[in-house]
Ligand binder design. Structure first.
Ligand code: ADP
Ligand code: MG
Length: 583
């Protein structure tokens, strides 16, 4: 992961604003599925144990900028209190004097949950003043809300431009798992896409088709593909205006030698309801009055067989109307197969609210490698797009290239290592220079060599003696790349005034190669070999955007909070080599 995480931050005694995704289902004032709350616990406990004051903030539902009593976070606070066995009070509002008082009273290790952020329209509008107020609550920002990372809101993007911004542990895990799918999947690699609407998933299919060996399509969205093949689908859910897209995708799959598996037989029902009449038919000529609602047995067998040797799978979208048990057979059969594949060492990643619900319903969630907490976010990530809530987090400084020059032998005249590395202008050279300078005139060569071969960023800041000083009081590194080694381990160190200089200095000198193992194709079964046009000639590029002006927000931010120093904008893992534009 190329973003700094809470492990890199010195949080002891600090006020830490943690954006979590507690957008959970509620019924009768109780949380009915607490998976998203549980998923945030590692981050919360890590911060609590490190002595931070933990300010949690989330949205819940769509109150559209108005207070809605049914969307208050109190049930979430109660569930969190039970899970953590610590009191988690919830404020009556995300803003206001009561909240400010509660914040002032917080002691290290305590937790406070702010009321639903979306009671304020300014949240979704990414209003700078609202973001500045949220930022004024804290010294450090942590984003653990992967499920909201595709939204540029005040609590995901606005605040992260003001405070030093780190990824939480859930965010880290999500990005690591999803990046693995795009960057180094073990093969054969399959994508299974189902669910209701093909239009929601066209972009992700378009992108994944350049990555996978096998594409399995089911659910309502497969109907549009059946239409594209000239088949009659009766009254089934479909998007006729997407037939051309479906045809284009099928042609692209053929060009890329990706095997596409579509239903060959289907369960059709008179109505999409419980207790309706239903039967199995070939997926060719569905009579006009019937709806496709599930895979037939032959389709299940075909898909299970096609997936039987996969090493990596991404699944989004149920393969039938799984909410009705009679129409959940296809979804269940594939889920059982995937649980088995995961138990045999395959990487199985599942995203999408309904997909996850179907797997949880079968008690198979624990067997999968990774259940993503973000449906939309995981799809956007796999479309190859930058997620705004991720891009804005602090970048992990690139590992310096090891100095190429051999170590000086004792007999040869010793040149300072820093000088040797200089011509290459690598980050290592900069690190060497900075460390050597810091060590004054004691043993410059020795220190420099050490710095050049050991990337500063791989050392957790917390292990460095200097990191025990309050980060905000540390002066900014002055002057270009010289400050790199120090600043890279102490992201909270720079003063606001040093921001532009620090930014320029931290543009990575060497772009990270997004190399794909070239030998992979050789290991694939002949029938599913894919040629990936997108996989060659991929170039990494740093995002050379000028620093964003935060005039309105800076004023509030600089009063109380350090400005993040490592604001270099490189692209998020997994998307750095692609050319798609962010939405
Ligand atoms: P996810 O939430 O996992 O991303 P979607 O929201 O895209 O999945 O789709 C889930 C919905 O698709 C479910 O409500 C399911 O009933 C519906 N669905 C699946 N197959 C069909 C079908 N053949 N006809 C109508 N709806 C379907
Ligand atoms: Mg859904």
């Amino acid at each position: 992961m190329d973003k700094l995480t809470i492990r890199d931050a010195d949080v002891a005694g600090k006020r830490v604003f943690v954006r979590v995704d507690f957008n959970v289902p509620l019924a009768d004032g109780r949380v009915t599925d607490d998976s998203r709350i549980r998923a945030a616990i590692p981050t919360i406990l890590t911060l609590v144990q490190a002595g931070a004051k933990v300010i949690l903030a989330s949205h819940l539902g769509r109150p559209n900028g108005k207070v809605s009593d049914s969307l208050r976070l109190r049930p979430v606070g109660q569930r969190l209190t039970e899970l953590l066995r610590r009191n988690v009070p919830v404020t009556g509002d995300a803003l206001g004097l009561g909240t400010e008082d509660a914040l002032k009273r917080m002691r290290p290790g305590e937790i406070l949950l702010l009321e639903n952020l979306r009671f304020h329209a300014e949240e979704e509008a990414n209003d700078p003043a609202f973001a500045a107020t949220l930022a004024s609550y804290a010294d450090i920002f942590v984003n653990d809300a992967f499920g909201s990372a595709h939204r540029a809101h005040a609590s995901t993007v606005g605040i992260a431009k003001i405070l030093p911004a780190y990824a939480g542990l859930l965010m880290e895990r999500e990005l690591t798992m999803l990046s693995k799918l795009l960057e180094a999947p073990e093969r054969p690699f399959a994508a299974i896409l189902g669910g209701a609407k093909v239009s929601d998933k066209l972009k992700v299919i378009d992108h994944l088709i350049t990555k996978v060996d096998l594409l399995v399509l089911g659910g309502g969205m497969a109907n549009t593909f059946l239409l594209a093949q000239g088949k009659a689908i009766g009254k089934s859910l479909a998007e006729p205006d997407r037939v051309q897209d479906a045809q284009r995708i099928l042609a692209k799959a053929e060009r890329n030698k990706v095997r596409v598996v579509l239903p060959v037989d289907v369960i059709v029902a008179k109505e999409v309801t419980r207790g309706t009449e239903y039967k199995t038919l070939q997926a060719e000529k569905i009579p006009a009055s019937w709806h496709i609602v599930d895979l037939g047995k032959a389709s299940q067998d075909l898909m299970v067989d096609a997936l039987s040797n996969v090493k990596t799978v991404f699944w989004n979208g149920p393969l039938g109307v799984f909410e009705i048990p009679s129409f959940a057979h296809g979804t269940n059969a594939v889920a059982r197969l995937l649980a088995d594949r995961a138990e045999h060492g395959a990487t199985v990643v599942i995203g999408g609210g309904d997909s996850v619900a179907s797997i949880t319903q079968q008690g198979l969630a624990d067997k999968m490698t990774h259940i993503s907490t973000g449906g939309g976010a995981s799809l956007e990530f796999l479309e190859g797009r930058d997620l705004p809530g991720v891009s804005v987090l602090l970048d992990r400084p690139k590992e310096p290239k090891p100095a190429r020059a051999p170590k000086p032998k004792a007999a040869t005249p010793v040149k300072p290592a820093a000088a040797k590395a200089r011509p290459a202008q690598t980050a290592a050279a900069a690190a060497a220079k900075a460390t050597a300078k810091a060590a004054a005139t004691k043993t410059p060569a020795k220190h420099a060599v050490k710095a050049a071969t050991k990337p500063a960023a791989t050392k957790p800041a917390a292990t460095k003696p200097a990191a025990t000083k309050p980060a905000a009081t540390k002066p900014a590194p002055k002057g270009g790349a010289k400050g790199l080694a120090k600043a890279s381990t102490k992201p909270a160190a720079a003063k606001a005034s040093a921001k532009p200089a620090a930014k320029a200095a931290r543009k990575p000198a060497v772009a990270k190669a997004a190399a794909k193992p070239a030998a992979k194709a050789g290991t694939k079964p002949a029938a599913t070999v894919v040629t990936k046009p997108g996989s060659t000639g991929r170039t990494a590029k740093a995002d050379g955007k000028p620093p964003t002006k935060q005039a309105a927000t800076k004023q509030a931010a600089t009063k109380r909070t350090p400005t993040k120093p490592t604001a270099t904008k490189t692209k998020a893992a997994g998307s750095r080599a692609r050319t798609e534009k962010r939405s």
